[in-house]
Design a binder for this molecule. Structure first.
Ligand code: NAD
Ligand code: WQD
Length: 339
């Protein structure tokens, strides 16, 4: 299949490109590089032995998008492109609605113009808001409990995709609700390398391990969890990438709108993550307990049953592999800023 990956040079897009290429698909990476680097194209070539096509462009540039879809005979879109920092979305809601929601409208318009009928969308467990019960199943209420503009863009985009599927019975939209993707490709050539001080736990821990940051701040140890710290469903980015390949294959035999969790079904606490990373890097890590971070939930993990039934996919890689691959990537990219 010829597949366009919006946001294809980003963290999850680059790993998905590798998996799709290894399954014989042709990919085109379309990215404006606002949060990634073109070096990723070369890294993917080193891993796969083939250079993916790359187009530098913004998803809000409909003419360039439609032209790219026609030029490469695109049959499906995996739509990763988006801004993703929760805190920044509270300070800059208009930028988030424009980039994520308006950007998606333009992707869908370009697909309609060029006759592309399949889209896989990067959604998030954040659409569930505060869990009413665990594990989270896909029929858990969505939308009402979302606590920030970033999350609301994901909820809105899911609804827009559902409306487009109602209007066109040949369209397939699969919303993949990611839990907490971490780790890196086993080669250490691609991974996650946010600019500035990381907001997410794993990249922060990796930078403390490499000595770039001094001490991990653990946001609260008085939650009702195994050790009082927050619990999340961390999933290896390579497993997540494989979930996209499975979804694309499924999109050739189903139509309509679907939502599927991509998680492991297991939760790990912040302290468990720190200790797993200590094993991976071979030394202890400094941490201190600080106040809870506003907006955080105590615990969140997926029910992954639907992914197995609908996509024939399940997560296989361990927490140990998540930490060791992230550490390898950190060691190889100590001096780089963007991934
Ligand atoms: P990332 O920032 O590494 O990748 C996103 C890519 O999109 C970047 O390369 C960026 O340059 C590009 N981009 C952003 N706006 C664009 C635009 N207007 N036009 C073209 N390119 C644009 O992030 P990621 O972690 O790989 O996330 C990919 C997708 O998955 C995002 O939509 C994100 O919201 C979603 N998601 C991520 C997580 C996570 O924890 N990483 C969890 C759930 C959902
Ligand atoms: C994990 C745990 C923190 C940093 C976010 C987004 C979500 C999704 C994934 C895109 C929590 C604790 C963190 C630190 C800490 N993204 N923590 N010290 O909040 O589960 O999810 O990323 O869709 O929408 O909200 O991930 O990695 O920030 O936090 O103690 O320095 O680690 O409190 O318990 P989160 P996270």
């Amino acid at each position: 299949m010829h597949i366009l990956l919006t946001g294809g040079t980003g963290f999850i897009g680059s790993h998905t490109a590798v998996d799709l290429m290894e399954h014989g698909h042709e990919v085109v990476l379309y990215d404006n590089l606002c949060n990634s680097s073109e070096d990723v194209v070369e890294a993917i070539e080193k891993i796969t032995g083939r250079r993916p096509a790359f187009v530098r462009g913004d998803i809000r540039d409909k003419a360039l998008l439609a032209d790219t879809m026609r030029r490469y005979g695109i049959e499906a879109v995996v739509h990763f492109a988006g801004l993703k920092a929760v805190g920044e979305s509270c300070a800059k809601p208009l930028e988030y609605y424009d980039n994520n929601v308006n950007g998606t409208l333009i992707v869908l318009d370009a697909m309609r113009e060029t006759g592309v009928k399949r889209i896989i969308f990067s959604s998030s467990a954040t659409v569930y808001g505060t869990p009413q019960k665990l594990p989270l199943t896909e029929d858990h209420p969505v939308g009402t409990g979302i606590t920030n503009p970033y999350g609301r863009t994901k909820g809105m985009i899911e609804e827009i995709l559902a409306d487009c599927c109602r209007a066109d019975d040949k369209l397939t939209a699969i919303c993949l609700r990611y839990f907490n993707p971490i780790g890196a490709h086993a080669s250490g050539l691609i991974g996650e390398n946010p600019n500035g001080i990381p907001n997410n736990l794993l990249p922060y821990v990796a930078r403390v391990a490499s000595g770039k940051l001094a001490c991990i701040q653990v946001f609260g140890n008085d939650y009702d969890t195994v050790d009082g710290t927050g619990v999340r469903d961390y999933i290896h980015v390579v497993d997540l990438a494989r979930g996209h390949t499975a979804a694309l294959e499924k999109s050739t035999v189903v139509s309509g709108w679907h939502a599927v969790n991509l998680g492991t079904g297991r939760g790990s606490s912040v302290l468990e993550i720190i200790h797993a990373f200590e094993k991976a890097c071979g030394h202890t890590l400094a941490y201190k307990i600080v106040d809870r971070r506003p907006g955080d939930v105590a615990a969140c993990w997926a029910d992954p049953k639907k992914a197995l039934e609908f996509l024939g996919w399940k997560a296989e890689l361990t927490l140990e592999e998540m930490c060791s691959s992230a550490w390898r990537y950190e060691c190889l990219h100590k001096d780089a800023e963007a991934s």
